[in-house]
Design a protein around this ligand. Structure first.
Ligand code: FES
Ligand code: FES
Length: 946
């Protein structure tokens, strides 16, 4: 017998209006009820009270509504959500300030933050910045995108308006006065919907779909590595509301969403089969063994608990050294565990090391880093009226998402339409989410619309992660501090599935030691499958990992020589004529200038660290250098289209996937700038974005490529349109004149870099060559305080100077800087994913909350125009999450003499280091076992050229 819930009616004053709601007093949370009555500005991220996305005010007090049982709220209480604060046309100063000052990127945290700030200003109309920060800390408001500083700026500006010290006009962008959109701080077009809670994210859309939707719940394997003996769904299928329980036999395609690696030097077939639903074995935490479809979410979840798994455990290899052991069993049928590699040589490094007066060496580990967006993964899919299987999701790579669905589900590409929803953060994971094919499988089986919203914990286990690395490295220098040679052997633990590892693996031997003149170099990158979380794109792929080794070695060498770390870097920074480790000229020789510009900050931090030490504190200053590539390689290409509309406006069509980084403002900025001769203003441009059916393929939003590739494609489209519109007398044809003359009004622009005069990539035998057409550069410094009693390190101040070419939109670039650097601080100190309970939620996984990110946070730029870049730009995002963490690690060493070799530098590690140091010891890992001996492997490669 099905027990029906007993309901009741309650009354509250919601957003100033008395409202009645019918609720299940036993089960309903406040967030559920508010969302059910249409107030979907209340976002649910973590669902367990740690992120603040669901914050509302009850009788003026901030409450995390996902944890508040509806029955615990006294009737008649006043409840305020974002919708009650302001709306388009009557914005509250907080909403306006968030738009103007860059408080919004993905915007998923925004309603919760604004409501929380509203509560603060009710109590304290004139808060200090520190009081604002403390309020957000105490109320658990977490933002993963902005680095918090722009949010505090927004509160301060809004508070000034509310006190009457400023006007709304003062805190509103002056659209009328905009002289040139390029380089401006023009707010992003999607910010208004996000600031008012009106932007519908995936789960909001799911809630608003017509009747007849099947709700899905995944069943995850109960073991990390095991053979599947049986998945018994019989009991689950009898549960209330269940429509179907799907297993591997219900997947209609190849049941694989992985593709061959593009790294040429590989063993086996190069394919780590990544099932949509596992049928033979599970190889990691988060593998799906069944998928339940039911009439409600609750029914699906209840039934999922009844699926019985019979699994035969297999050995679990959670680290690369374990998986690379000769006696380790092979994790994938056709691929040895160690199967990808790329060597790199420059000069005769071994001979230089033999003769070098000073050699520093060490072994370094960087952890699996979780992306930690506040919004979990969510997908809605259905057969469209055009008979296309339409998948709405967070796809950060629309074309790749289609390819994965095509292969995994056996649906022809031209029958698949992928639409990107408004996205609550991704940072790379959504390039390769396996949920797209999973939900497509359900639609194929059920022939009905399906919706899946993962719990945050499921999301954490099911999604990919930044790959871990294990690196043995050394650096040779002379007594004057001149670098003579560098060397490293780096193993990339890409986890259970290769996915994008093969595409960007070579970054490991093209960004290491970047910015230095390394006269001789020898390196080897190896890619290995383990049972850990699978590899996913993440801002700066490969860069944070390899800088963990090289930027430590640089500091260690400076220390060995007795030089200041800034002086050492300045002495060895590449100057014209010096070559990269790939034996190519640097694209730009800007590091000396960046170092000069940051020097006053570095000196000031040094002075403050000395003062702190004099007062008995363990304070230190750190510095790091290094940037990142632009584009996914020389084979990259992009398209975008522009159309002249009947009203004389312009529509831009592209798939510049916007995960919060600003694909919207990027497309708008390029369109307005490229059509400058027409005098088109931003308000006359309409954006049609991120729908595979209606937009040309601009490529994936990764490798900081969109501004560069998509921007050039828009320029090409604009050139064609301008050419078509131009009359012989130099004036412009109108839409009517174009159509009357039979001239097309829509043009698809294309950009590729096949013929820009650079080598087509790295030589698989030597690593010589050019991987990317341009680069971005950064130097970072910070001041850190280490609590000697607890070992806790806190970043007090942080400054970065970057060169990302000519800046297209200052607000977005600064946003990427603050956001990326906040991830770097997290990477240094707290973030990790260990496929366990502790790291299955945001806080346990170490997401930096506002008190972990300094408010004294500065970003400065040098704008060196890039020759092939649109308007001299390149990209920007990833240089801010490349080497920034090493400024923190180096500062810890400077503060207390403890070098942390294995990230993150959690208090326990620093404390253990302090205790060891007190006994005259140093905690450092032994040389990592990475498989075959380094020398032997290089000999093998030389003997087997490709
Ligand atoms: S605190 Fe409620 S969704 Fe995170
Ligand atoms: S803008 Fe705060 S989480 Fe994205």
């Amino acid at each position: 017998m099905i027990l029906l819930a007993k309901l009741t009616r309650l009354q509250f004053e919601i957003n100033g209006v008395p409202r009645h709601v019918i609720v299940d007093p036993e089960k309903d949370k406040l967030s559920t009820v508010l969302r059910r009555i249409g107030l979907t500005g209340v976002k649910v991220g973590c669902g367990i009270g740690v992120c603040g996305a669901c914050t509302v005010l009850i009788n003026d007090e901030p409450v995390r509504s996902c944890t508040k049982k509806i029955s615990s709220i006294p009737e008649g209480s006043r409840i305020l959500t974002i919708e009650g604060i302001g709306a388009p046309g009557r914005l509250h100063p907080l909403q306006q300030a968030w738009i103007t000052y860059g408080g919004i990127q993905c915007g998923f945290c925004t309603p919760g933050f604004i409501v929380s700030a509203y509560g603060l200003l009710l109590k304290n109309p004139n808060p200090t910045r520190e009081e604002v920060r403390e309020w957000f800390r105490a109320n658990h408001n977490v933002c993963r995108c902005t680095g918090y500083k722009p949010i505090v700026d927004s509160v301060m500006a809004a508070a000034a308006v509310m006190r009457g010290e400023k006007t709304m006009a003062d805190i509103t962008y002056d659209f009328e006065g905009e002289k040139d959109i390029y380089g401006s701080s023009h707010p992003r077009p999607t910010a208004l919907a996000k600031a008012t809670g009106l932007a519908d994210y995936g789960d909001d859309l799911a809630l608003k779909m017509p009747d007849g939707v099947a709700y899905l719940a995944p069943v995850l394997g109960e073991q990390i590595h095991a053979k599947i003996i049986d998945i018994d769904v019989s009991e689950a299928e009898k549960m209330p509301g269940v429509i179907k329980v799907m297993t591997a036999k219900d997947v209609k395609g190849a049941n694989n969403v992985d593709f061959p690696a593009v790294v040429p030097r590989q063993r086996g077939s190069g394919l780590t089969i990544f099932p949509v639903i596992c049928g033979e074995k599970v190889v990691r935490m988060g593998d799906v063994v069944a998928l339940v479809a039911a009439d409600t979410r609750d029914h699906a979840r209840e039934a999922a608990k009844k699926v019985k798994q019979t699994l035969e455990p297999l050995p679990v290899y959670m680290t690369l050294p374990e998986a690379a052991m000769p006696n380790a069993i092979q994790l994938h049928k056709n691929v040895p565990n160690f199967y990808m590699e790329q060597p790199c040589y420059k000069g005769d490094a071994p001979a230089v090391f033999d003769d070098a007066p000073i050699v520093v060496e060490g072994s370094f580990h960087s952890q699996h880093e979780p992306h930690l967006p506040i919004e979990p993964d969510t997908v809605q899919a259905y057969w469209g009226i055009d008979d296309m299987l339409t998948v709405q999701c967070k796809a950060q790579a629309i074309t790749e998402a289609i390819e994965g669905i095509e292969q995994g589900c056996g649906i022809p590409k031209d029958k698949i339409r992928v639409i990107m929803n408004t996205v609550g953060g991704s940072f790379g994971y959504a390039v390769t989410a396996n949920t797209y094919a999973l939900v497509a499988t359900a639609v194929q089986n059920l022939d009905m619309p399906c919706a899946l919203t993962l719990s945050w914990e499921e999301f954490q286990h099911m999604s990919g992660k930044r790959s871990a690395t294990y690196t043995n490295g050394r650096l040779a220098v002379d007594k004057d501090g001149k670098i003579l040679a560098g060397e490293y052997d780096v193993g990339l633990d890409h986890g259970a599935y290769g996915v994008v590892a093969g595409k960007i693996f070579n970054n490991l031997v093209s960004v290491g030691f970047h910015g230095y003149n390394i006269p001789a170099f020898r390196g080897l990158a190896r890619g290995v499958a383990t049972n850990h979380g699978f590899n996913a794109a993440y801002r700066g792929f490969g860069a944070p990992q390899i800088y963990t080794c090289t930027e430590a070695l640089i500091d260690m060498a400076a220390e060995a020589v007795g030089m200041d770390p800034w002086e050492f870097r300045y002495k060895n920074a590449a100057r014209p004529g010096d070559l990269t480790i790939n034996s190519r000229p640097y694209h730009d020789y800007v590091y000396p200038s960046l170092l000069e510009k940051i020097k006053p900050y570095y000196d000031e931090y040094k002075k403050q660290a000395e003062e702190g030490r004099a007062a008995g504190k363990a304070m230190g200053v750190g510095i790091s250098m290094g940037g990142f590539i632009i584009t996914i390689g020389m084979f990259d290409q992009a398209e975008a289209a522009l159309e002249l509309m009947p009203d004389g406006g312009i529509t831009c069509y592209d798939t510049w996937e916007d995960v919060g980084q600003g694909g919207d403002i990027g497309s708008l900025t390029h369109t307005v700038k490229a059509l400058e001769p027409l005098g088109i203003t931003a308000d006359r441009v309409r954006l049609v974005m991120n729908d595979s059916k209606t937009c040309p393929d601009t490529g994936l939003a990764a490798a900081s490529r969109c501004h560069y590739m998509g921007g050039n494609a828009i320029i090409n489209a604009a050139d064609q349109l301008l050419e078509a519109m131009k009359k012989p007398d130099g004036s412009w044809r109108t839409y009517e004149e174009m159509t009357a003359e039979g001239i097309p009004t829509k043009y698809v622009g294309h950009y590729d870099q096949f013929n820009i005069g650079l080598p087509p990539g790295l030589d698989p035998n030597t690593g010589m060559g050019e991987k990317n057409p341009t680069f971005m550069y950064a130097v970072n410094t910070c001041l850190v305080d280490v609590d000697k009693a607890t070992g806790k390190a806190k970043v007090l101040k942080y400054t970065t100077v970057a060169d990302v070419g000519v800046i297209g939109n200052m607000l977005s670039v600064e946003g990427q800087a603050y956001g990326g650097l906040s991830h770097s601080i997290g990477f240094a100190l707290s973030e990790q994913y260990n496929a366990d309970k502790k790291t299955s939620n945001m806080v346990g996984a170490g997401i930096p909350q506002i008190d972990a990110v300094p408010d004294d946070f500065n970003v400065m730029f040098i704008e060196t125009p890039r020759p092939n870049g649109p308007h001299g730009s390149c990209g920007c995002s990833e240089c801010f999450q490349s080497s920034g963490h090493m400024a923190v690690i180096n500062a810890i060493n400077n503060a207390c003499g403890v070098r942390v070799y294995e990230l993150p530098a959690t208090p326990d590690k620093i404390k253990a280091g302090l205790e060891a140091k007190a006994q005259g010891k140093d905690i450092k890992p032994a040389k990592y076992y990475l498989g075959n001996d380094f020398e032997d492997e290089l000999d093998y490669i030389k003997a087997n050229p490709m």
